[in-house]
Design a protein around this ligand. Structure first.
Ligand code: HEC
Ligand code: HEC
Length: 193
C-alpha cells in the first residue's frame, strides 16, 4: 500500500469512528419514556404480570427486534400489540430490544418438574438449548417463560396464525396435551439466569 492510500484509509477510519461516536445513544430517561406504555403488560422490569403474556427480560436481542418488526409490519398479529409500535423508528425498536434483553430475568425454580414435558422437550433441545437458553441471538430463550403464553404460541404456530418455517412444522407434531406439558416444563426450569 502506498503512503497516500494509507493516509486515505486512515482518514476514512477516523471519519467512521467519529460517526459511530456521534450516533445518538439512548439515555436512560429516553428508554423509560419509550417503554413506559409496555410496562402495563410486560411488567416494569420486563417480567409480565399475566401468565398468558410474555416476559421480555433477558430475551435474545436479535429475536426481540425481529418480533418488534413483525408486529410493526403486521406479519405477526395480536390485538393487544396492535398499534403499540406504530410510531417507533428502527433505531428506537433496536434500543428497546437491547434494553429488555439487558434486564435480568429473575424467577424462582419450581420444585417439581413436569416429566412428560421433559420428554417432549427433547424435540426442542437442538435449537432452544439444553436449559431452555439458546446460543443463537435471533432465536428465543424459553426457560422461565410463562406457560400460558408458550402454550398459546404453540397453538398459533400449529394453526399457522403465527408463521415460522421451523416452528410451524414442529408445533404441528404436538398434540394439545404435549403442548401444555412442554410449556409447563419450560416455565418450571426458569431459575435465576
Ligand atoms: C395491552 C398489553 C400490551 C402492551 C401495552 C404491550 N404489549 Fe407486547 N405483547 C402483548 C401480548 C399479549 C403479546 C403476545 C402476543 C402473541 O400472543 O402473539 C406481546 C408480545 C410482545 C413481544 C413478543 C415477545 C416474544 O417472546 O415473542 C414483544 C417483543 C413485545 N410484546 C414488546 C412490546 C413493547 C416494546 C411494548 C411497548 C412499546 C409492548 N409490547 C406493549 C401485550 C402487550
Ligand atoms: C430447528 C430449530 C427449532 C426447534 C427444534 C424448535 N424450535 Fe421453537 N423456535 C425456533 C425459532 C427459530 C423460533 C422463532 C420463530 C419466530 O420467529 O416466530 C422459535 C420460537 C418458539 C417459540 C416462541 C417463543 C416466544 O417467545 O414467542 C416457542 C414457544 C417455541 N419455539 C417452542 C418450541 C418447542 C416447545 C419446541 C420443541 C417441541 C421447539 N420450539 C423446537 C426454532 C426451533
Amino acid at each position: 500500500m502506498n503512503l497516500n492510500l494509507k493516509k486515505v484509509s486512515l482518514t476514512i477510519l477516523i471519519a467512521v469512528n467519529m460517526l459511530v461516536a456521534a450516533a445518538p445513544s439512548f439515555a436512560d430517561d429516553k428508554i423509560v419514556a419509550l417503554t413506559n406504555s409496555c410496562g402495563a403488560c410486560h411488567g416494569e422490569n420486563g417480567m409480565a404480570t399475566n401468565n398468558d403474556w410474555p416476559s421480555l427480560a433477558g430475551q435474545k436481542p436479535g429475536y426481540l427486534l425481529a418480533q418488534l418488526n413483525a408486529f410493526k409490519s403486521g406479519s405477526r398479529q395480536n390485538i393487544l400489540m396492535e398499534n403499540q409500535l406504530t410510531n417507533l423508528s428502527d433505531k428506537e425498536l433496536t434500543a428497546i430490544a437491547k434494553h429488555y434483553s439487558s434486564l435480568p430475568f429473575v424467577k424462582a425454580e419450581a420444585s417439581a418438574i413436569n416429566k412428560v414435558g421433559e420428554n417432549v422437550r427433547s424435540a426442542c433441545l437442538s435449537c432452544h438449548g439444553k436449559n431452555g437458553k439458546t446460543v443463537n441471538d435471533t432465536w428465543p430463550n424459553l426457560a422461565g417463560q410463562n406457560k400460558g403464553y408458550i402454550f398459546q404460541q404453540l397453538k398459533d404456530y400449529s394453526s399457522k396464525k403465527r408463521e415460522s418455517m421451523l416452528m410451524n412444522v414442529i408445533a404441528n407434531e404436538l398434540n394439545e396435551q404435549q403442548m401444555r406439558d412442554v410449556a409447563e416444563y419450560f416455565e418450571q426450569i426458569g431459575s435465576v439466569q
